[in-house]
Write a protein that binds this ligand. Sequence first.
Ligand code: 4AD
Length: 455
Amino acid sequence: LESMNITITEDKSLPKAHKIKIRDVSKDIDKRVQLNGWIHRLRVQKNRAFIVLRDGTGYIQCLLKGDLANAYQTSQLTLESTISISGTIEKLPEGKTAPGGVELLADFYQVYGLAPAGDDSITNKVQENADASLLLDQRHLMLRGETLSAVMKVRAAFLKAIRTVYVEEGLTEVTPPCMVQTQVEGGSTLFSLKYYGEDAYLTQSSQLYLETCLPALGDVYCIQESFRAEKSHTRRHLSEYTHIEAELCFLDFNDLLSHIETLIVKSIDYVLKDPIAGPLVKQLNPSFVAPQLPFKRLEYKDAIKWLNENGILNEDGEDFKFGDDIAEAAERKMTDTIGVPILLTRFPVEIKSFYMKKCSDDPRVTESVDVLMPTVGEITGGSMRIDSVEELLAGFKREKISPEAYYWFIDQRKYGTSPHGGYGLGTERILAWLCNRFTVRDCSLYPRFTGRCKP
Ligand code: 4AD
């Protein structure tokens, strides 16, 4: 009852509190500031209340004393309510710990929006042990958690790092269309749609468009959503993912391999050096070891031998033979056992796409590569491309694809063909490895996979 009478008012004689973000608090020690954010944690006692405030740039503990703690308004606070809070930033005394090593000694606060308590409270909606699918329904609230938001920050730093490396390597960014009328990686995973009465698809890969840019812009890259109607429900397949793709000309297969490993090593290095993302990677994946150049190279035929020597069987439960696809489980067992990044090369023609160039010393295999990482397996797929019209048309024929819709892609080989190659890197896959997440779903803002298209 006593608390009912306490109203919270600002003492106008105090110095004006200037508005700052939590990431900047250490610049304002002993100054009066105003912070705005969400109540991340809350403990209200007599004479003392503790609020951990979150604003997307960081976390800070706010201490409310005396009347401020005892006021009725404070007793009504809930997790995820938004407040504007003013006070003095203080260095923590010896022996006390809190995020950033500082604390806000509050003298005033106002509520913007009170979040519900009771049955509708956030803790009831996103219980850690709840069914995964229920939590995915609450993805918009789950994103506020420390883990998911940390992964999203690492993701942002990684995409920034990738762009930095591409700039350093002289590639130009382009944005190819998402609505297309051609397939790249097999008809069975195409999402189709009606486009003003015509048949069209959501893009599986921007590769073919990137190839057409080479004579105009030189080496190019894009960071674009790709779509796959995957039937399989695995921890590394999404229906929509952020595809980092590049295409380079006048290079050979070895140049392509060195480009790919350099890109990965440099971009990871930038993420680890990033002042925000570096510590988050440490927190999410304490035993992460940065990859070193050069990556281990392994030819498909030697991988087959390795699998058989190590008693790993193919999908039919038999020994692997030349020509078998190395499916997810076997690939991961091999990669985890070897324990370092692998460039797996020279796959047989039959198990790879129509556009891949054959090796000049062995026409059974292609100048192709998958990059395999421990714990996830394949994160990148790439190859040198067929650069002769006749050979490309034979590839279409082999895969029973009618070439009409590809006239523009075929023209690429007519009007000044060139040796060229490229690759696609799955953003969520490399993040699953970097952030030690069990599934790529944890690395996507709003994951789409079989049966899920919400929120
Ligand atoms: O191996 P993929 O299918 O290769 C291509 O699409 C080429 N056309 C790319 C190119 O050469 N420009 O896919 C490339 C990468 C894979 O290594 C994987 O990391 C990711 O894209 N990926 C997926 N990620 C999440 N969910 C899926 N369903 C994925 N399918 C492929």
